[in-house]
Design a protein around this ligand. Structure first.
Ligand SMILES: [Zn+2]
Length: 147
């Protein structure tokens, strides 16, 4: 089933791709959603996503009852992550991974094997991928950096 752009003013863009009908009886209509979409597959362009958000986002947050009234906090013990640094110097590229906890003032150099899951290591151009923060915390415990 065709999905249509949810911005009610989508046809106002008047793009050539929105023209339908025959000579003498033509109109612009909302764009359908292709694989290149925005806002979780609801909008044809970033423009439409922005227009809709400007108009409806506050109502949507309230209607879903998901408004945040206090800041979300991540405490020290859950603040581990792996940082990937890529540098290209003197014709040689080198990847370096660090296990970081800024709240503890720690940036500990780790190996690629520690920084990535076996699946990530197997990916051809996946150097930038790293373990998630839960796995980073486990690694920190393994390395004696956290308890
Ligand atoms: Zn649109």
């Amino acid at each position: 089933m065709t999905k249509w752009c949810q911005n009610p003013t989508c046809p106002n863009r008047k793009s050539s791709g929105q023209i339908r009908g025959n000579k003498g009886n033509k109109w612009y209509q909302s764009s359908s959603i292709s694989s290149y979409s925005y806002g979780g597959g609801n909008f044809c362009t970033l423009h439409c996503h922005n227009e809709w958000s400007e108009k409806y986002m506050s109502q949507a947050i309230d209607a879903l009852n998901v408004r945040i009234h206090e800041p979300i906090k991540i405490y020290l013990e859950d603040s581990w992550f792996v940082k990937y640094d890529y540098s290209w110097s003197s014709g040689q590229n080198s990847s370096r991974y660090k296990l970081v906890n800024k709240l503890k003032g720690i940036a500990h150099i780790i190996t690629k094997e520690q920084a990535q899951t076996p699946e990530q290591q197997a990916e051809e151009y996946g150097d930038w991928r790293t373990i998630n923060s839960t796995q980073a915390r486990e690694l920190a415990i393994q390395l004696g950096l956290a308890s």
